[in-house]
Design a protein around this ligand. Structure first.
Ligand code: UDP
Length: 239
């Protein structure tokens, strides 16, 4: 059966989600829109939708090849991919290898400080509350996930970290930190959302140049060029 794109179900900050003629599948469109600081800073990054669609598809394929279950099914064109229709767990899972961003602010470790052990964090996905940092007790208090689901998310996030860190080191990129989202599909917790320079911090291994959304957040310039550089290092492709 050919998969058909039907009506839009939802529009997020970086992607639109459409229903398809298969209730188990959704159709995702990656947009050029960029937001930061809980949506207070808004803009666009040229060709971001195309770049992140490709980068995300590449990472999902890599993870699937290493035994990580993801929502990714296939890339259909420049900006669109088909994914499994999951029910998103309202928890953002962050893994950190080097201190940066909100961790540096919160606990005072200067940006760039190597963490002796990877740090795993949970945030409550709630715009009105500003995505607060929570722990597994809060997750259960809010009934966001069961203890078993928290265990799967934690173990998967740490496994994804090992896979991506090793892979990116070969591409001369340091994986500073990243955010994952998970969803429930036919009773199983699988990796969802996207993995891209919007959701990860990537630094050039030699120069420490930022190749991610911090260029947009901090007005560093050459934002699109940085995303292009990531795609080029991962796949050799230029768009
Ligand atoms: N992140 C994200 N979405 C968010 C918050 C964070 O993708 O809503 C990513 C961010 O790009 C970084 C990591 O999660 O790779 C850790 O972000 P941090 O907590 O330092 O927050 P930020 O400095 O981005 O506010």
């Amino acid at each position: 059966m050919d998969i058909e794109k039907l009506e839009q179900m939802y529009e997020g900050k970086a992607k639109k989600v459409f229903r398809t003629n298969d209730p188990d599948l959704c159709w995702i469109e990656y947009k050029d829109d960029a937001t930061a600081f809980d949506g207070k800073k808004k803009g666009t990054i040229g060709n971001k939708g195309i770049l992140n669609n490709r980068i995300s598809a590449h990472f999902f394929n890599l993870l699937e090849s290493k035994g990580v279950q993801t929502h990714f099914v296939k890339q259909v064109n420049d900006r669109e991919q088909i994914v499994r229709a999951v029910k998103i767990i309202m928890v953002e899972v962050v893994v950190r290898n080097i201190a940066a961003g909100s961790l540096s602010k919160r606990i005072g470790l200067p940006e760039g400080t190597m963490l002796p052990r990877s740090v795993l964090e949970f945030y409550y996905k709630d715009d009105a509350l500003g995505d607060p940092l929570i722990n597994d007790y809060h997750i259960q208090a809010l009934d966001l996930a069961t203890p078993e689901q928290i265990k799967v998310m934690s173990e998967t996030a740490l496994k994804v970290n090992e896979i991506l860190r090793d892979y990116l080191r070969d591409k001369k990129i340091d994986l500073i930190d990243f955010k994952l989202e998970f969803g429930v599909y036919k009773g199983e917790v699988i990796l969802a959302d996207e993995i891209s320079p919007d959701t990860c911090r990537f630094w050039d291994i030699e120069t420490k140049e930022k190749l991610d959304k911090d260029r947009f957040r901090r007005d560093l310039g050459n934002v699109e060029e940085a995303y292009r550089e990531v795609l080029k290092r991962l796949t050799g492709e230029t768009i």
